[in-house]
Design a protein around this ligand. Structure first.
Ligand code: PSU
Ligand code: MN
Length: 285
């Protein structure tokens, strides 16, 4: 099985593309021979395997679903609220039901200026205590990528490039940062994770770059980034709003190009996660 998150659907991508992307991810996992399980909280019930109708409900602006990290799940269930799970929230739930693999677009990480703001995504600490393999196109390029890689090191989370030794840059295939490890096949990825779990309680990041013909061009990317950072600074955005605001400004600035890249990369990650989950199941039998 492959866990899929809902923050990307509810807070990360604009409607109506958000639901299209969710359905494409679902299909990509199925096509690989694995079973997708989209995770979210509806009326205080944790749902593993949201139906299309449930997902639509959760994403409707009227429901005003919360963004749930790992720390929020218990409280949101107790207060019977609606919520979309981040990577941290999703792996916390996935672990409790025995799902070993999840897919997302970009993992959260250390924000620029974190030395002052202390804004580091709880995705990192959650992954450091949750043995789930996450497939992502690196971390979002709105972040301080170098600092995030250092934190992944400190937290003991292996970062393995899929057919690359360059850390992906989310909207860009190559962030310019080198990786120590790469795998060439889904079997190798599955074997690495199976063996990692014998020695460590952490999860693992499989970094899958967006296809080069689908990436955002460098100039557009850098200009959009500058604009997004300036806007969030100007608005004084903080906390869980930061990432959605930066992604939305990227979408506006690039007239939807960044949304298309986000779509392509997350669907590719879902497909790869499906194949790795299948290889992992085969290795365990
Ligand atoms: N990947 C995407 N879009 C997103 C996210 C990931 O392509 O919106 C979400 C994930 O849910 C991730 C979250 O856990 O962004 C990180 O948010 P924060 O920086 O607030 O921890
Ligand atoms: Mn944050």
């Amino acid at each position: 099985m492959v866990a899929l998150e809902t923050t990307i659907v509810v807070q990360g991508l604009p409607a109506p593309i958000n639901l299209e992307v969710a359905s494409e991810c679902d299909q990509a996992v199925r096509k690989s021979g694995s079973v997708p399980a989209t995770i979210g909280v509806i009326g205080g019930r944790v749902v593993v395997g949201l139906s299309v109708d449930q997902l639509e409900e959760l994403a409707s602006p009227a429901r005003n679903a919360a963004k749930l990290s790992a720390r929020d799940i218990g409280v949101s269930v107790a207060s019977a609220t609606d919520g979309a799970t981040t990577v941290a929230g999703t792996i916390a739930v996935a672990r409790t039901v025995g799902i070993d693999v999840m897919a997302t677009g970009g993992l959260g990480g250390v924000h620029r200026g974190a030395a002052q703001s202390f804004d580091e995504s709880a995705d990192l600490t959650a992954l450091s205590r949750t043995p789930v393999l996450v497939v992502a196109s690196g971390v979002k390029s709105i972040l301080d990528i170098g600092a995030t890689l250092e934190r992944l090191d400190s937290l003991g989370i292996p970062v393995v490039g899929f057919r690359t030794k360059k850390f992906p840059g989310f909207y860009r295939a190559n962030s310019g940062h080198d990786l120590d490890w790469s795998v060439d096949s889904v079997e190798e990825a599955a074997a690495s994770f199976a063996l990692h779990r014998l020695f460590s309680p952490t999860g693992m990041l499989v970094a899958n770059p967006v296809a080069q013909h689908q990436e955002l061009d460098a100039t557009t990317h850098d200009q959009a980034l500058e604009s997004a950072l300036a806007l969030s600074h100007h608005q004084g955005v903080s906390g869980k709003e930061v990432t959605p605001v930066l992604l939305a400004e990227f979408a506006r600035f690039t007239a939807g190009q960044s949304v298309q890249v986000n779509r392509d990369l997350v669907v590719a990650n879902a497909a790869l996660a499906g194949e790795i989950a299948k290889a992992l199941a085969a290795a365990n039998t």
